[in-house]
Design a protein around this ligand. Structure first.
Ligand code: GLY
Length: 360
């Protein structure tokens, strides 16, 4: 019996007792049918749908989750990932991604990658074509070029506007950018909604990201995390997404986990690894995610005022197909949307509420 399970039973907790431990090897060779499922951060409704479609068609779970997040990487309207992602302080989009393939226990990652809109595919190429794990910056770009990836400008008009708005806000005497958005709005160049969004992200730099995890009927698991990272970051800043054990971790004996939100906080607690280790000891996925969130809060002695600056979410899927997620806050700071994650277990993709630690 896992340590977590034992402790919960002694405390009278039933949930973990029912779920039971997922110790290494506990399910090895288990041909017992798992209900295939894909989960992701809330921006991944289309990603989990695509991943499940591929898994039902017999695709490998890593190919499935990568194809899922590629839809979001390609989408200019998701400003936290790939093409259209918010840039660094110089106005250059720098992308981070990692992948883990449960069946072969391999991983690959890239960080601070410019000009390539699908860093998740480059991360997979690192896994497949090198005996390295993480390539960064210029080296990652050269590798991507060698592998035949196409270079393109990843800044869209919308993300450029947000960057100019941030510049104008930060540097009050900064060139024509200061007046341009307002003047252009009067001229009808910018949709007022887009301008309001640009002001919001200029004032509160977001850390979006997509994490996607999937298991097939054999219990094979894989995961991917991909992001444009913290908006307006110092060039070269790397968050949790490309770091194995932080923004992503998969152990095929147990399950997988990922994170979105403030990467620095996730790195400090080795978030995804923490979640998987909690599941190994018997914690249900949702409880394992809550424990990671508690550790983030503990790093600030649970000081509510300090934690108000932080948004962070964890997602978990065990090899039995059970899943859960937890957020630090019940709602996102901007707009007050409920903390949710996306699930597809064969039907229509849906959003499910995350557990949370604090209420706004
Ligand atoms: N979680 C994404 C980042 O902080 O870069």
């Amino acid at each position: 019996m896992g340590e977590y399970t034992r402790r919960k039973i002694m405390q009278g907790g039933m949930l973990a007792a029912v779920t039971g431990p997922l110790a290494a090897g506990a399910q090895q060779g288990g041909a017992s049918a798992v209900r295939p499922v894909a989960i992701s951060s809330a921006n991944g409704l289309r990603a989990v749908e695509k991943a499940m479609e591929m898994i039902r068609g017999g695709a490998d779970t890593l190919d499935a989750v990568i194809a899922g997040v590629n839809i979001i990487e390609d989408d200019p309207n998701d400003s936290s990932v790939g093409y259209g992602g918010l840039p660094n302080e110089d106005g250059v989009v720098e992308l981070d991604s990692s992948v883990m393939h449960g069946p072969t226990r391999r991983a690959g990652a890239v960080a601070s990658l410019r000009n390539i809109k699908n860093p998740s595919k480059v991360a997979k190429a690192v896994m497949e074509h090198t005996d390295h794990l993480l390539l960064v910056g210029e080296g990652a770009l050269r590798f991507a070029r060698m592998q035949g990836f196409k270079e393109e400008d990843l800044l869209t008009d919308k993300s450029r506007l947000a960057w100019l708005t941030w510049k104008a806000r930060k540097f009050e005497n900064w060139g024509p950018g200061l007046a341009a958005p307002d003047a252009d709005q009067k001229a009808g160049i910018y949709d007022p909604e887009v301008l309001a969004w640009a002001r919001e992200v200029a004032a509160h730099p977001p850390t979006g990201t997509i994490n996607c995890l999937a298991v097939n009927e054999r219990g094979d698991l894989s995961g991917v995390t991909t992001t444009s990272g913290l908006a307006w970051k110092i060039p070269g800043r790397v968050g949790d997404s490309p770091l194995i054990g932080c923004g992503l971790f998969v152990d095929s004996d147990v399950g997988g986990a990922g994170s979105t939100g403030r990467g620095e906080e996730c790195i400090k607690i080795n978030g995804a690894h923490t979640v998987v280790e909690m599941m190994r000891r018997g914690a249900p996925p949702r409880e394992a995610c809550l424990e990671a969130v508690r550790r983030v809060a503990a790093n600030y002695r649970n000081n509510r005022k300090k934690l108000e600056q932080i948004s962070i979410n964890f997602y978990a899927l065990n090899k039995r197909g059970e899943h859960g997620a937890a957020s630090l806050w019940n709602t996102s700071g901007s707009g007050g949307r409920k903390a949710q994650y996306a699930v597809n277990d064969g039907g229509q993709s849906r959003l499910v509420e995350c557990a949370y630690l604090l209420e706004r």
